[in-house]
Design a binder for this molecule. Structure first.
Ligand code: GLU
Length: 306
């Protein structure tokens, strides 16, 4: 018999939870529960200055109010520095990392805004510094730590987005595992935490799809199995326009004043295609009827009941 599914929701509590976050959490939880699996919560507060503990507590309180339950005490990334240090050391021992002294300004200057670039492909400036040069630069500034990536195609199949191919060297370049301020980067923390928690299914927003090949590469290097990925479409307004991330009307503080938990679940379930038409809905009803076949593959349009 195969192992039970382990799903998770991993919010970054740099603000109040937003409807888009709740949609990811809901689909992740429904999928795990419907398969008889477990569901975990992880607080991605690795960037401690941006994620005060009070916001994490608030996110957990909002999730409980919505009726979420999780099967283990939540992990807080801010408490796991030693675990990330250990895994970074494993990569360093294999000669896969190097210190990078490039400043943010220098990397920004490599962007070609007229080509619509938003992400720099790191050109490998510090990849082959001599030991002498490294020692000299270390007296001037603290480096970030990058991972060397191979010039080969990485392929995986996403549950909603289909087959995804990426060549890490061409599309992203050597990427940061630890920032120059000492904080661990998102890619390493996510991979280590999903791996050690036995997460086998990752449901999250399509905005993170482009990070997935880097995470799969790290899993392979660290010996973790690759989970099944499902990247869900973005929530839009009723006209198909992308929601502004900072739209306060759609965060839980505003929504809790207007709607009950069953109404919010109903709004999200109908946007996702799980209900033919809007009605307030319970977790039991959603779990019994859940199937990925019914979830929209296009943008999910929000409509609020009058
Ligand atoms: N912490 C990320 C976010 O809130 C999600 C990471 C993930 O699900 O892998 O956007």
């Amino acid at each position: 018999m195969s192992e039970p599914v382990v799903g998770r929701f991993a919010p970054t509590p740099s603000g109040r939870l937003h409807l888009g976050n709740v949609l990811c959490a809901m689909l992740a939880c429904l999928s795990a529960r419907q398969q008889g699996g477990r569901f975990l919560l992880r607080i991605e507060d690795v960037d401690v200055p941006r994620c005060p503990r009070a916001l994490a507590q608030q996110a957990m309180e909002d999730l409980r109010w919505l009726g979420f339950t999780w099967d283990e005490p939540p992990l807080f990334q801010s408490e796991r520095t030693e675990v990330y240090e250990h895994h970074l050391a494993l990569l360093t021992q294999q000669g896969l990392t190097y210190p990078c002294f490039c400043t943010r300004a220098r990397l920004q200057s490599l962007l070609a805004p007229n080509l619509g670039d938003t992400q720099v492909v790191y050109p490998g400036t510090c990849r082959d510094l001599s030991p002498q040069e490294t020692a000299r630069l270390l007296t001037q500034r603290s480096p970030s730590i990058r991972l060397r990536v191979p010039d080969e195609e990485l392929v995986f199949t996403d549950g909603l987005q289909g087959v995804i191919r990426e060549n890490l060297a061409r599309d992203c370049g050597d990427f940061v595992l630890r920032r120059s301020d000492g904080l661990f980067g998102y890619q390493l923390a996510v991979v280590v935490d999903d791996g050690l928690s036995g997460v086998s299914e990752v449901v999250r927003g399509r905005d993170i799809l482009s990070a997935t090949p880097r995470q799969i590469y790290l899993q392979r290097l660290l010996g973790f199995p690759t989970p099944h990925y499902v990247h869900i479409p973005l929530l839009t307004d009723a006209h198909g326009r992308r929601l502004a991330k900072r739209d306060r009307d759609l965060d839980l503080s505003a929504l809790r004043m207007r709607y009950s938990p069953e109404e919010i679940l109903g709004i999200l379930a109908s946007a996702a295609g799980l209900l033919r038409s809007y009605h307030p809905v319970s977790w039991d009803e959603l779990t019994n009827d859940f199937s990925w076949n019914r979830v929209c593959r296009e943008d999910m349009r929000l409509r609020f009941p009058d």
